[in-house]
Design a protein around this ligand. Structure first.
Ligand SMILES: *Cc1c(COP(=O)(O)O)cnc(C)c1O
Length: 430
């Protein structure tokens, strides 16, 4: 251990002395000197143990592929958890980040920001919402949405309408307000007291929603498809009925599109397929193809509840993030990846269903576009590990659901390869 720390220190010193291109080779040399196990034990020494990580260190990627410290190649059906939708190292995004970094990285929202205005305009043109607030993550976007809904409700009721209904099995983030909004006990454990003013009801249950709404309810917050909760798709008329109920009872409909947004389900925003317009939408994961960015979108009449001083974010919408996000959205549209996502999604879904007929352990395949879950009769951890040993990355969504969220650029042969490996692994048993 002392040996690799010394290596790191020497490398850092030589890096200071040498040019950029030599730096690159030096880093490569470091991978030879320091093996995976040494990286991992250094990681345990200095990084908080909030994740149970897989034993691999990735160092580069391109498109659908990733490479680790041993030079091994992987086919990536995780995309950094539905983040890198354009694939790794997309040239337009890399170029935009490099150019903007040379020009201006940050100035603060005390001032108007040209790239922010440009991107906001583009985003709003593509959606049914009117205004946007930029932040840096999904949880921060949902915090913003929760605050906006409370402010809107309180302002209009003399402080009486401020409670939010969310769904059992939902996931909204890891800050105090968003774990409270998250309707799963395992995320609450050890963090009492939670915030007041949240209520949980079953997902896809209109009667439960109707019963839960009271005069103090200001909003209902829902994911169009519960992603972390196991890729759960509601009935096709659910959101139409939720919208109608929200209108009747004068409460806001907040949709958490952090994971399903940005084309993942075959439309830019998932709710377009439900034929409704929500009052507030949150987005994050795929917005910057890996650059951290989040957003709260709202209808004009709701957005006005935020006045100067109501809410803020130091980094939110800074020039660099906006350049990344703008390049990402432009590439998504220029490469027509959203309609490709629909085509590849149904191709993928069909062969996964075929696989289901072959392996009795497969209980159900469900999802939309390239957000697909496969529920098994057993735990999926062992299967994910075995796929990884064969060079295929898959995520999970709960203990018994495999989650497939590849970059939207995935090709049919790459889907075939994924199926081939999965078929092998399932034949062997978990
Ligand atoms: C990932 C996710 C979040 C949290 O996003 P972070 O960027 O990790 O804070 C919130 N809601 C949903 C639906 C998500 O999938």
């Amino acid at each position: 251990m002392r040996y690799c720390l010394r290596c790191l220190r020497i490398a850092a010193l030589v890096q200071k002395l040498l040019s950029k291109s030599i730096n690159y080779y030096l880093k490569e040399a470091l991978y030879i000197i320091m093996n995976k196990e040494e990286w991992m034990s250094l990681s345990d020494q200095c990084i908080m143990g909030t994740y149970k990580r897989f034993p691999v260190v990735f160092t580069s990627g391109k498109g659908m592929k990733l490479w680790d410290t041993d030079g091994r190649e992987y086919l990536d059906f995780v995309a950094g958890i539905a983040v890198c939708s354009l694939g790794h190292a997309h040239p337009a995004v890399s170029e935009a980040i490099k150019n903007q970094a040379d020009k201006l990285i940050h100035v603060s929202n005390l001032y108007h920001i040209d790239t922010q205005i440009e991107y906001a305009r583009l985003l709003i043109q593509q959606t049914a919402l009117d205004k946007v607030f930029f932040c840096n993550s999904g949880a921060e976007a949902n915090e913003g949405a929760i605050k906006l809904a409370k402010k809107y409700g309180n302002d209009r009721s003399g402080g009486l309408k401020n409670e939010i209904i969310t769904m059992i099995g939902s996931f909204h983030g890891r800050t105090m307000a968003t774990i409270t909004a998250t309707g799963q006990d395992k995320f609450h454990k050890g963090f009492n007291p939670l915030l007041a003013g949240f209520q949980y009801i079953p997902f896809n249950d209109l009667a439960a929603l109707e019963k839960a709404i009271s005069t103090s309810t200001c909003a209902v917050m829902i994911e169009p498809i519960q992603a972390e909760g196991g890729i759960r798709v509601p009935d096709s008329d659910y959101f139409k009925n939720v919208r109608r109920l929200c209108d009747e009872k004068d409460i806001l409909l907040i949709l958490d599109e952090v994971q399903v947004g940005m084309g993942r389900t075959g439309t830019l925003l998932a709710h377009e397929q439900d034929g409704i317009v929500p009052d507030i939408v949150t987005m994050a994961k795929a917005m910057g193809n890996g650059f951290p960015i989040g957003a709260v979108l709202a209808k004009d009449c709701v957005a006005t509840a935020f006045e100067p001083g109501s809410h803020a974010s130091t980094f939110g919408g800074n020039p660099l993030a906006m350049a990344a996000a703008k390049a990402t959205l432009e590439a998504l549209l220029a490469e027509d990846l959203i309609s490709k996502c629909r085509l590849r999604g149904s191709y993928f879904m069909n062969i996964l269903n075929e696989l289901g007929k072959k392996h009795p352990v497969i209980r159900e395949v469900r999802g939309r576009g390239l957000l697909i879950g496969m529920e098994l009769d057993c735990e999926v951890a062992g299967i994910i590990k075995k796929c990884m040993d064969r060079g295929l990355l898959i995520a999970s969504a709960g203990p018994q659901v495999l989650r497939f969220v590849p970059p939207l650029i995935v090709s049919e042969p790459e889907i075939d390869r994924c199926i081939e490996i999965l078929d092998d692994v399932l034949r062997e048993g978990a």
